[in-house]
Ligand binder design. Structure first.
Ligand SMILES: Cc1cc2nc3c(=O)[nH]c(=O)nc-3n(C[C@H](O)[C@H](O)[C@H](O)COP(=O)(O)OP(=O)(O)OC[C@H]3O[C@@H](n4cnc5c(N)ncnc54)[C@H](O)[C@@H]3O)c2cc1C
Length: 481
């Protein structure tokens, strides 16, 4: 019998798990995929939204600004890349001024400091590559950047260091209250728990509707992106938004915490929550819209395209807390679309404390504060690199040449408390395969290291779990086919 079962190991589930690590109790996270951060939390814009867009008075607005205030401190305690370059919301005609003023008003109501409307000259002085036909912009100095999957992995590690257990490849099929406990039925057997917390992203609506008197509709809303290689100097320092639409914050141009540039996302309602395909039409639309902000945009340095799926609830707000009309002990954080990454630290804190309060869990006397992820070799000074190589000679072997990731780092990615078990898991934790060649050179060496560290046979090491085998058999056999 568990005290808490958390369903879904995205940034929200991991933030809640990490908070619950401060309490004494049996906490289990069940995740359908082969790793944490496999849903929306791995495929988004990575923006720490300041909070100018959310409707004042909603949970979305409150948790957005609270999460944004918490993010920098959390990232520094976890050793996760974070930056605060600021943002511009661009307007291209005289009509855009009232819309920008409305955003400024919302920003003030939501308590976002420092925002102001600026004109063309100031915009171009800040970001000379912006379309010179721009008229006005909302300047948002508090807008930040975070590495979403590194944040999720680090939260999971911190939770695991405090006794939270993670079980991957386990899809929750149904929830039912039986006596004093919740029966959680999965494709790998049944579990019981005093409480359940549903944070299953696009899969959360189905579980919610099994137990709640208030039916919800989670609409999967896909966003497609281009990712550009990191070039020096960066073409933009700040995030460039266009005016938001009813479908979201629109197409943006932004640097990432690792110095790449991101173009996107689209906002398309799709029938299947797990459909992360990119399409020719979607990517063409991204490019067309990006060129309004940045006429010089081209795809010469694109290294990959990808998409993520938002869990948009029809009502438009986050749904968090005890599940309405359900038997006691059921909690949820669902409909967590953008700015859910930004809000995650706040959702984790509030939900973790609610559940602990409900269960009357005592404080964890052996609580271990987060251990920051060590500095990447690529970010070290020459002196730091020399010391690292002396301490661990595996720092002397570069595995991923595009991102300068060493063998010591790949091995550590696998050895972490919630360690990588597939190629993409290593990529999200230490960036091997994240660069220009997208793993073309380092993939087989990464597979060997995963195999050596975990005992998974080399030929069974996958790209991202179950149905993503990389090798189909020995070369000799392939020749005979
Ligand atoms: C295109 C796009 C751009 C975005 N940009 C931003 C941004 O710039 N800033 C920002 O703040 N937010 C942004 N967001 C929103 C943010 O990414 C999400 O709000 C956040 O990642 C949601 O986290 P989550 O943990 O709720 O969901 P997810 O990360 O989707 O995690 C849910 C997990 O549940 C698992 N799961 C599903 N069903 C089951 C089941 N039945 N049993 C077990 N496990 C299950 C899934 O495998 C998944 O791992 C963006 C989202 C998208 C898609």
């Amino acid at each position: 019998m568990q005290d808490v079962i958390i369903i879904g190991a995205g940034v929200v589930g991991c933030a809640i798990a990490q908070r619950l690590g401060r309490y004494s109790g049996k906490v289990l996270v069940l995740e359908a995929a082969n790793d944490v951060s496999c849903g929306a939390s791995k495929a988004n814009s990575g923006i720490v939204h300041a909070g100018y867009d959310a409707v004042p008075g909603t949970d979305k607005a409150r948790l957005n600004t609270k999460g944004a205030r918490m993010m920098q401190g959390l990232c520094s305690s976890l050793g996760v890349p974070y930056g605060k370059p600021g943002a511009l919301v661009l307007g291209f005609d005289a009509d855009s001024k009232p819309a920008l003023e409305a955003l400024l008003k919302k920003a003030k109501k939501n308590g976002v400091p420092g925002c102001r409307i600026i004109g063309r000259e100031e915009i171009l002085a800040m970001e000379p590559r912006v379309n010179p036909e721009v008229s006005y912009a909302l300047y948002v100095p508090e807008s930040g950047l975070v590495s979403p999957y590194e944040l999720t992995c680090a939260l999971a590690d911190s939770a695991a260091e405090n006794g939270v257990q993670f079980q991957m490849n386990t899809r929750v099929k149904s929830l039912r209250r039986e006596g004093d406990a919740w029966l959680v039925q999965t494709d790998r057997g049944d579990y019981t728990s005093r409480t359940v917390v549903n944070c299953a992203g696009v899969g959360a609506g189905e579980l919610h509707n099994q137990i709640s008197s208030r039916q919800v509709e989670i609409i999967p809303r896909r966003g497609q992106y281009y990712l550009l290689d990191h070039t020096l100097p960066l073409s933009f320092q700040m995030t460039l938004f266009q005016l938001p639409t009813p479908m979201g914050k629109g197409v943006l141009v932004t640097p990432t915490t690792h110095g790449n540039i991101l173009f996107g996302p689209t906002a398309e309602d799709i029938p299947e929550g797990e459909d992360t395909a990119t399409t020719h039409e979607g990517l063409q639309e991204v490019l067309k819209k990006v060129r309004l902000s940045y006429p010089g945009a081209n795809t010469r340095t694109v290294i990959t395209t990808f998409s993520g799926v938002r869990a948009h609830e029809k009502g438009g707000d986050f749904i968090i807390g005890a599940v309405e009309g359900a038997p006691e002990g059921a909690f949820e954080a669902i409909g967590i679309e953008s700015p859910g990454l930004t809000a995650a630290p706040a959702i984790g804190e509030e939900m973790g404390d609610w559940v602990a309060y409900f269960l009357k869990l005592p404080a964890n006397p052996r609580y271990i504060p987060p251990t920051p992820v060590p500095k990447a070799f690529s970010a070290m000074t020459e002196q730091e690199r020399r010391v690292a190589c002396q301490t661990d000679p595996d720092y002397g072997k570069v595995i991923c040449r595009c991102e300068t990731v060493t063998e010591a780092e790949v091995r550590r990615a696998v050895r972490r408390p919630v360690g990588a078990r597939d190629i993409d898991g290593v990529k999200r934790r230490v960036r091997a395969g994240m660069g220009r060649c997208q793993g073309g050179f380092c993939m087989t060496r990464v597979m060997e290291i995963i195999s050596e560290e975990t005992g998974i046979p080399f030929e069974e090491v996958s790209k991202k779990g179950s149905d993503s085998a990389v090798l189909t058999g020995p070369i000799g056999e392939a020749r005979n086919d």
